[in-house]
Every structure is written in structure tokens, then in C-alpha cells.
Design a protein around this ligand. Sequence first.
Ligand code: ARG
Length: 413
Amino acid sequence: MKKNRIAVAYSGGLDTSVIVKWLQEHYDADIITVTGNLGQKKELKGVAEKAYKTGAKKVYIQDLTKEFVEDYIFPALKAGALYEQSYPMATAIGRPLLAKALVEVAKRERCTAIAHGCTGKGNDQVRFEVAVMALAPELKILAPVREWEFKSREEEIAYCERHGIPVSATKKNPYSIDENLWGTAIECGVLEDPMVEPPADAYQCTVAPEDAPNKAGVVTIEFRQGVPVKIDGKTLKPTALIEKLNTLGGAHGIGRLDMIENRLVGIKSREIYEAPGATILHFAHRELERLTLDKETSHYKAKISNDYADLIYNGLWFSPLKKALDGFVNATQKNVTGTVKLRLYKGNLTVSGRTSPFSLYDTNLATYTSGDTFDHASAEGFIKIYGLPLKTYHKVNRSNSILRKKKLLRRKK
Ligand code: ARG
């Protein structure tokens, strides 16, 4: 009989290492590991070697950074997608791309199943599996962590030792960390108590605001149709641009977030995020939209941003609705071109200027000087009509007229 072939989403950490061996044992399968580079700073060197040592038949390390920025980060940025108005969703937008890479390898390698290392109470299992269901419904999905016998990290380590799987000697990080170019998510350990202030060592890439420089940083960001293209007048490749803002923002304590969020699986969880570049870009992008979007589109888009964020957070990246919303968002971005000037100071981000060839700000209309072209006389008629419903309502409901009506009612009885 031909051996099963399973493609495994592999990070090189403890769980996914155990998975490789565990699947070989339980499914008598050849394991092909797939590791995606989403621009995380954590070194991927050594991951391939480790996968082979753990028993992988074949190993794929895929550089997905460019695709991640162009097809995942920028659409989410243009959409203004912040889950529960706050979280820029680095993890949530990374998962569908990892799933896509996994499916591609699974198909090329004629696998019949894929496996991931997500637990049974997070969002990531949903995002992974729904994406695989959309892209390759014929593939079986395995989630060993949801079903295996190990109850603790120690048991997993003992299993590794029994099977000669290399476990890195480094001390266990007290937190569970997921990192990519768009941001870092930090959970577990003492952070599980929502009243406990995150210890300094929980933060990976930002300084505490009080340790940030006493002098404000100033940065200008130029956008073309909603996409950032230049920093301080210099054109940068998308990845380099985000990296630069991560470094700059991190040094000024920008982009820290401590939030209680609603997971798709019904749990409230406490999450710490660091996303300096994402925070700066969302902020700057929104400021440019204030200048370039007409009022109705701007107000309507805020509702779409919310829906878009929910959709992505809840694992529906490859849905027809997501595509349709992208159509709307792209139409709104036609004139979101221009430059925003920001100040970064001890964890705070403020806008200090904005300009655009498509600016809808008309000085002649806004000014209180002699250059004023606004038609003041029209205001009178406008207000008369605009206020008419309220005037009518209050005429009927004035207190003395109510009294009169009550008396009338009493007399009738
Ligand atoms: N709660 C966030 C989300 O659902 C972050 C999850 C982080 N994942 C992790 N494996 N640490 O997007």
C-alpha cells in the first residue's frame, strides 16, 4: 500500500516538532513540513535542519513576505481593518496566507491531508481550516493538538526525548508569541490575569514610553491610492517601508496595545500586541482619508471597516464577501494619495500636517478672512428647512400645550 503523505504547517517549536513524529506514528505517513516566512524577525535558519532531524521526508521554507505585504497587509490597511477598533490583526491576516502556502505544497506533493499545530480554543484553528476548506476541499484536515494525549509541555518534552527529537535547550519563554512583519501577539503566563500589568519582558520590539527619547520623532509618509510608498520623501519597497516604521515606532514606544478581545470561539481573552508600523500606517492612512474622502463615503466606509475586520478576524479571508468589500474599498482609495506628517513622542502619535492633490479641503470655503467664498445668505434658508422637523415636534410637545391637552382630555371624561 502507498504511504499516506501529510503536509504539516511547521514552525520548529515544540508543538509542531511533536506533531511531525506523532503523525508518522499514528498515520504511518510521510511528513512534508511547510514553514512560511511572513517577515518575522525570528531567524528561520536551522528550521529546515531541525525538521529533517525530527523525521520530515521533505522540507519547504517559503518566503511569503512580498505576497503578505501586497495581497494581505495592504488590502487590510486600505480597508482600515482594526478588530474591535483596535487590533491590526497581524496574526489573523497571516493565517490564510500560511494556509494557502500549505495547500500549494500539499497539492504539489500529492498529499491527502494537511495538519496544523493550533489548539482547540483559539481563532487560528478556524482561520487555518476554513481557508483550507475553501482552497482545497478534498484535503483532510488534522489538528493533533486538539486530540493527542499530552497534557503538558513536560509530557511533550518527554515524548521528544523518547524519540530523539531535538528540543532546543533554551528556557521556555513564559509567553506564547506569534510574530510577523505586521505585528506581534503576546499571551499566556501572568498576562492571563487581566488586572496584572504586563511585565517589561512581555514586550518584544517596543520600548516603554517613559524610556523613549525626550525629543519627538518626525516622519512624513506618502501614500498612492491608499498604499504607502515613501518615507521622508524616499521611495521604499513595501517590506522595507514597514520594517522602517516598526523600528522607528518601536523606539518611540508606539504601537503597544493591551486589550480584552472577543474570540470567535466565544471566549474573552487578554492580548498584548505590539505593532508599531501597523499603528503608524493605519493612523496616517486615516488622516489622509479625512482630507480626501467626501463625507458620505468616509462615514459609510467606517462601517465597512468594521465588517471587514470582523470577516478577517473570523477566518473568512477567501470569501466572496471579502472580495466584494475589496471592490468597495478600492473604489474609495482612488484619491487617497498624498502626504501625512506625524510626530512620535513617548508612545503618542499625532498628526502635524497633511496634503494631497485631491484634497477636498477648500481654504476659501473654510476661511474666516476676507477671502471667504461661502454663501452666508444660503445658510439662513438651509437652517429653516433643516430645523423644521424639530420645530414642529417641539411646538406640539411644548409643556404648556401638553397641559392644555391634558385638561381637554379630562373634561371629555
Ligand atoms: N488573539 C489574536 C488573534 O486571534 C492573536 C493570536 C495569537 N496566536 C498565537 N498563536 N499566539 O488573532
